[in-house]
Design a binder for this molecule. Structure first.
Ligand code: NOJ
Length: 911
C-alpha cells in the first residue's frame, strides 16, 4: 500500500514536470502539414516522372509601374488534372528592395467571388503580415534603373547589387527561382517542386480538385484533440514551398525552440520545427515543439556567403530541414496553414550583413532605456508594498546594484488589470516614488485577457474591440481571472481605448499619477487561453477585418505589445524619461522595435541554464537581441551552486532578470548565504561595471542589427568548427569572449579560441596580477581552472573596453561616474574600441544630440561630455616583458578627441 502510493506519487510528479506533448499538434496530425508532407513524399518518389502542376504564363509577365520601384508581375497557372477546364490563377510579384532583399508574393485570384456560410469571414488570403512585421509602410524598393532586366519566353532574370554580382532568375516551367552570386547558385526556390497552394473549392467537389499526389486529410474538419470544434469555413488553404541552399550545411534561426543553435536535420525521427505561438507549459529541451514566439527568419551560413530567408506568414507553420543530402546542400520545406505566399531572400557576404539587410525591412532593436540593461528582480509575487520596499532596501544592505523590481499578477484586484489590490498596495504612487528616489523602476504585468464584468472589459465589449468568436460576438474564454475577453489589438480602434487605461494624470491610481518609473510586462499574449485548443484561441475566432485567428495567430502577441508601447510612449512628455520598456512573452519579426523578450517558463535545472545560451543566441541572430531567460529557473528550487552559476551566466543575457514561480522558495541573492551571496553580488557588479560596453553594443545593434550576444562564428567565418559553438559567445563587437560555467561542480572549462589572435584572460572582468595570455597557431581549445567564484571571460587582442567601476545602487546613479578604459593590443600592438553615451532615457539621441570622436568613438549628450576617464589600463603586447601599464587620472574628457600611441620597446619607467 505504502509502496503503491510512493510509485503513484513519483508518476504524478514526473507527469507534472513534462510538457504535455499530446496537447500540441505535430506535422502528422495537423491537416495542412500532413497533406503537404504527403505531397512532397509523393513527388520525391515519382522523381522525374512527376509532371509539375504550376507554370508561369509567359504572356502575363510585365513590369508593374509604381513610381520608380522595381516590380515584375505575372500569373502562375495551376492546373488541376481532373478538371481540365479549370485554371487557377495565382498572381505573382517579384520585387527588389534595398539590402539585396528579393521579395516574392503569390496570391490567389477570385477569392472575392466565393461564398461561404459564415458571412463574417474575410474570404481573401491574408496578406497583411508584412504590415505588422515591417518597420515602415514605405518599403525601400530599388529603382528600376539600378537593375538589369532580361525577359524571354521561358524565363526572366535581373542582376543587382553594387557590382551587379547577384542574379535572380525566374524560370516559368516548372516555376523555379534561382538566386546566384557571380553565377553560382545560392538558393533555388521550388527546386524540389513542392510548391503547393490549396485553392478554393467547395467541399462536395473536393475529390475532383485533388491530384494523384494529394490526400484529403482534415481539409474541412479538424480531427485533432481539442480542435474538433474548428469550423474551417474556408476549407483547405495551405501553402507549401521548398528552398534549397546550395552548398550550405549550417542553418540558424526560426525561433522559438528549446534547441541547438545550429539547427537540426528533421528528416529522420525528428518532427519539423514548428512556428506557432503557444503557452508551452513546462517545455522540454532538445525540442522542435513550438514556443511562445515565432520569427520565420532562417540564416544559412558558409565562409564566403550567407543567405537569409524571411517567410512572411503569421499562420501555423512547419519547417522541415534536410541537411543530409550528398550534394552538400540543405533542403528546406516550409508549410503554412493559410495566407499568401510571401517571402524575401537576402544573399550577402556575411551573417552580419544579413542582419543589417533584414533590419532595413523589419527595423532594428530600439535603443532601450539604460535602466533596463541593469538587474531586474522579479518573482511571482512580491506580495505587498512592504515586501517590495523591503527587497529594495535589502539590495542596498547587501550592496547589490539593481534597477527594477517587478510585480506579477497578484498585485491586481482579482486579476483585473489596471487595478491594485488595495489592502496590500494602498499607495502605489508612494511606493513608486520611494523606488524612484534611488533611480529604481517598477514593472507591472498587464495581460491581454480582461476579466468579464468590470468597467474595462465592459467598455471593450461595448466598443467592439475584442476578439470575436465565429458568430462575431466577443469571444469568452478562460485565463488567470476566470472568464475573460481578449482585446483585439489588430483593430486600429483598440489603441485609443488601450491608451486611456494608462492615462498619466493625477487621478489615475493605476499609473501612480505622474510616476514615470512605471513600465509594463505583457505576458500570456500568444494568446494563452486555458480552455482553448492547444491552450490558445480557437482558429475560427475572428479579428478586425473579418480575418480568422488562424491567419493572424503569430502576430497577435506583437500587435498587443506594440499597442502597450504606443500607450506608454504617449506619457511623460514633461520629462526626459520618454523611452518605454516593455517585456513580452510572445513575439514575431518586428517585435524588436518595441519590446524585450524572455524564454518563458524554464526550470531550475542545469540543462535549462545550458539551453538558455543557444536560445538567446538564436534570438540575437534573428534581429531580436534584447533577450534573456529567467535567472534561477522559473519552476522549482535551484541548488545554491546552480543559482550562482545562473547569475554568472545571466549577467551576459542582454535582458537580465531573476524570476521564480509562485510555489518556489525565495531566492534573492542574500537568501543562499555565503559564499554564494558575495559571488552573485560580484556577478551583478560586473554587469554594472560593463554597462558602458553593453549600452554601446545595444547602440550598435540599434543601427546595424549586429547581435549583442554574438555567436563565435560571426568572428570566425573561415573556421567551420566554430559554426556549432553555442556555449560561448562574444558580446557585441567589444572583443569580450565569454564562456559561462554551466556544468555542475566544474573545476575547469575549455574555451575555444576561434582564431590565432591573442586573447587575454579577463576572468571576472579583472585585470589584476599577472595577465595570462593565450594565443594559438590555429583555432582550438584552451583549458582554464575555475572555482565557484569564476566567470571565465577573455578579451580579444585589438579591443578597448570602457567600464565604470564604482558601486552605485542603480545605473541612474552611475551617470556621472568616470570611465576606466582597458586597452588590449592585438599581435601588432593596435587596439580600438567604441563607446556610445547618451542620457539613457530620452529620444534626444534620435534628434542628433550626439557626436563621435575617434580612436574610442564616443557619442555624448550635453553635460555628459564633461565626464572624465579616470584610468587607462594598457595590457602589454604578447611578446613584451611588461605586464600592464596603468595611467591614473589621464585628464581626458570623454568628448575630447584623442588618440594615444605607445612605443613597444620602451622601458616601463619611461612610460
Ligand atoms: C506565465 C509567465 O511565463 C510567468 O513568468 C509568470 O510568472 C506567470 N505567467 C504568472 O503571471
Amino acid at each position: 500500500m505504502r509502496l503503491q502510493s510512493v510509485l503513484l506519487w513519483i508518476f504524478c510528479f514526473s507527469s507534472v514536470l513534462a510538457v504535455k506533448e499530446y496537447l500540441f499538434k505535430n506535422c502528422d496530425n495537423s491537416g495542412f502539414c500532413h497533406r503537404n508532407k504527403h505531397y512532397a513524399n509523393q513527388i520525391k518518389s515519382l522523381g522525374s516522372a512527376f509532371v509539375p502542376h504550376y507554370a508561369i504564363d509567359p504572356s502575363s509577365v510585365h513590369l508593374q509601374e509604381s513610381g520608380q520601384d522595381f516590380h515584375i508581375a505575372g500569373t502562375i497557372i495551376k492546373k488541376v488534372p481532373n478538371i481540365p477546364d479549370l485554371q487557377v490563377e495565382l498572381p505573382i510579384t517579384v520585387s527588389l528592395l534595398e539590402g539585396n532583399n528579393v521579395r516574392v508574393q503569390i496570391d490567389e485570384s477570385g477569392r472575392n467571388q466565393i461564398t461561404v456560410k459564415n458571412k463574417y469571414v474575410n474570404h481573401r488570403r491574408y496578406n497583411e503580415t508584412g504590415q505588422w512585421a515591417f518597420a515602415s509602410e514605405e518599403l525601400p524598393y530599388i529603382s528600376k534603373k539600378d537593375v538589369k532586366l532580361d525577359i524571354s519566353s521561358d524565363k526572366l532574370s535581373f542582376t543587382y547589387g553594387p557590382a551587379q554580382e547577384y542574379t535572380a532568375e525566374l524560370q516559368f516551367l516548372p516555376v523555379k527561382l534561382t538566386i546566384s552570386y557571380k553565377d553560382e547558385p545560392q538558393v533555388v526556390v521550388n527546386d524540389q517542386n513542392f510548391l503547393n497552394l490549396e485553392h478554393w473549392r467547395v467541399r462536395d467537389a473536393n475529390a475532383e480538385h485533388l491530384s494523384d499526389e494529394q490526400v484529403d486529410f482534415d481539409m474541412f474538419t479538424d480531427s485533432f484533440g481539442d480542435s474538433k470544434e474548428d469550423k474551417l469555413p474556408l476549407g483547405p488553404e495551405s501553402i507549401g514551398l521548398d528552398f534549397t541552399f546550395k552548398n550550405y550545411k549550417n542553418l540558424y534561426g526560426i525561433p522559438e525552440h528549446a534547441d541547438s543553435l545550429n539547427l537540426k536535420d528533421t528528416t529522420g525521427s525528428n518532427q519539423p520545427y514548428r512556428l506557432f505561438n503557444v503557452d508551452i507549459f513546462e517545455y522540454e529541451t532538445d525540442s522542435r515543439l513550438p514556443m511562445y514566439g515565432a520569427i520565420p527568419l532562417l540564416l544559412a551560413v558558409r565562409p564566403e556567403l550567407s543567405v537569409g530567408l524571411f517567410w512572411i506568414n503569421s499562420a501555423d507553420t512547419f519547417v522541415d530541414l534536410d541537411k543530409n543530402s550528398d550534394s552538400g546542400d540543405s533542403r528546406t520545406h516550409w508549410i503554412s496553414e493559410n495566407g499568401v505566399i510571401d517571402f524575401m531572400i537576402i544573399v550577402d557576404k556575411t551573417p552580419a550583413a544579413i542582419n543589417k539587410n533584414y533590419g532595413l525591412i523589419t527595423g532594428y532593436v530600439q535603443l532601450p532605456p539604460l535602466f533596463s540593461l541593469g538587474y531586474h528582480q522579479c518573482r511571482w509575487n512580491y506580495n505587498d508594498e512592504k515586501d517590495v520596499l523591503e527587497i529594495n532596501s535589502l539590495m542596498d544592505k547587501h550592496r547589490i546594484p539593481y534597477d527594477t523590481i517587478w510585480l506579477d499578477i497578484e498585485y491586481t484586484d482579482s486579476k483585473k488589470y489596471f487595478t491594485w489590490q488595495n489592502d496590500v498596495f494602498p499607495d502605489p504612487e508612494g511606493m513608486m516614488k520611494e523606488l524612484d528616489a534611488t533611480g529604481r523602476n517598477l514593472v507591472v504585468i498587464i495581460d491581454p485577457h480582461i476579466k468579464t464584468g468590470y468597467p474595462v472589459s465592459d467598455q471593450f465589449r461595448k466598443q467592439k474591440i475584442c476578439i470575436n468568436d465565429a458568430t462575431n460576438t466577443s469571444y469568452l474564454g478562460h485565463c488567470w481571472p476566470g472568464e475573460s475577453v481578449w482585446i483585439d489589438t489588430l483593430n486600429p480602434n483598440a489603441q485609443a481605448l488601450w491608451d486611456s487605461q494608462f492615462v498619466w494624470d493625477k487621478k489615475n491610481k493605476f499609473t501612480g499619477g505622474l510616476s514615470t518609473n512605471l513600465h509594463i510586462w505583457n505576458d500570456m499574449n500568444e494568446p494563452s487561453v486555458f480552455n482553448g485548443p492547444e491552450t490558445t484561441s480557437p482558429r475560427d475566432n475572428l479579428h478586425y477585418g473579418g480575418w480568422e485567428h488562424r491567419s493572424v495567430h503569430n502576430i497577435y502577441g506583437l500587435s498587443y505589445h506594440e499597442a502597450t508601447y504606443n500607450s506608454l510612449k504617449k506619457r511623460q512628455s514633461h520629462t526626459t524619461r520618454e523611452r518605454p520598456f516593455i517585456l513580452t512573452r510572445s513575439y514575431y519579426s518586428g517585435s524588436q522595435r518595441t519590446a524585450a523578450m524572455w524564454t518563458g517558463d524554464n526550470m531550475s535545472k542545469w540543462e535549462y541554464l545550458q539551453i538558455s545560451l543557444p536560445m538567446v543566441l538564436t534570438s540575437n541572430i534573428v534581429g531580436m537581441p534584447f533577450a534573456g531567460a529567467d535567472v534561477g529557473g522559473f519552476f522549482g528550487n535551484p541548488s545554491k551552486e546552480l543559482l550562482t552559476r545562473w547569475y554568472q551566466a545571466g549577467i551576459w543575457y542582454p535582458f537580465f532578470r531573476a524570476h521564480a514561480h509562485i510555489d518556489s522558495r525565495r531566492r534573492e541573492p542574500w537568501v543562499a548565504g555565503e559564499p554564494y551571496t558575495s559571488i552573485m553580488t560580484d556577478a551583478v557588479k560586473l554587469r554594472y561595471s560593463l554597462l558602458p560596453m553593453l549600452y554601446t553594443a545595444f547602440y550598435e545593434s540599434s543601427v546595424s542589427g549586429i547581435p549583442i550576444m554574438k555567436p563565435v562564428f560571426y568572428e570566425a567565418l573561415d573556421n567551420l568548427e566554430s559554426y556549432s559553438i553555442e556555449d560561448q559567445f562574444f558580446v557585441g563587437n567589444s572583443g569580450l569572449l565569454v564562456k559561462p560555467v554551466v556544468e555542475k561542480e566544474a573545476d575547469d572549462i575549455e574555451i575555444y579560441l576561434p582564431d590565432s589572435e591573442v586573447y587575454y584572460d579577463f576572468t571576472n572582468g579583472n585585470i589584476t596580477g599577472d595577465i595570462t595570455k593565450f594565443q594559438l597557431n590555429k583555432p582550438g581549445y584552451v583549458k582554464r581552472a575555475v572555482t565557484l567564484n569564476d566567470i571565465p571571460v577573455f578579451l580579444k587582442g585589438g579591443s578597448i573596453i570602457a567600464q565604470k567601476n564604482r558601486y552605485r545602487r542603480s545605473s541612474k546613479l552611475m551617470v556621472n561616474d568616470p570611465y576606466t578604459l582597458i586597452v588590449a593590443p592585438d599581435s601588432n600592438g593596435n587596439a580600438n574600441g567604441k563607446l556610445y553615451i547618451d542620457d539613457g532615457e530620452s529620444f534626444g539621441y534620435t534628434k542628433g544630440l550626439s557626436a563621435k570622436v575617434s580612436s574610442i568613438d564616443v557619442n555624448y549628450v550635453g553635460s555628459l561630455s564633461s565626464i572624465e576617464i579616470e584610468k587607462i589600463v594598457i595590457i602589454s603586447q604578447p611578446q613584451s616583458q611588461i605586464n600592464k601599464l596603468i595611467i591614473h587620472n589621464p585628464k581626458l574628457k570623454v568628448a575630447a578627441d584623442w588618440s594615444a600611441t605607445f612605443a613597444t620597446d620602451v622601458e616601463h619607467d619611461e612610460l
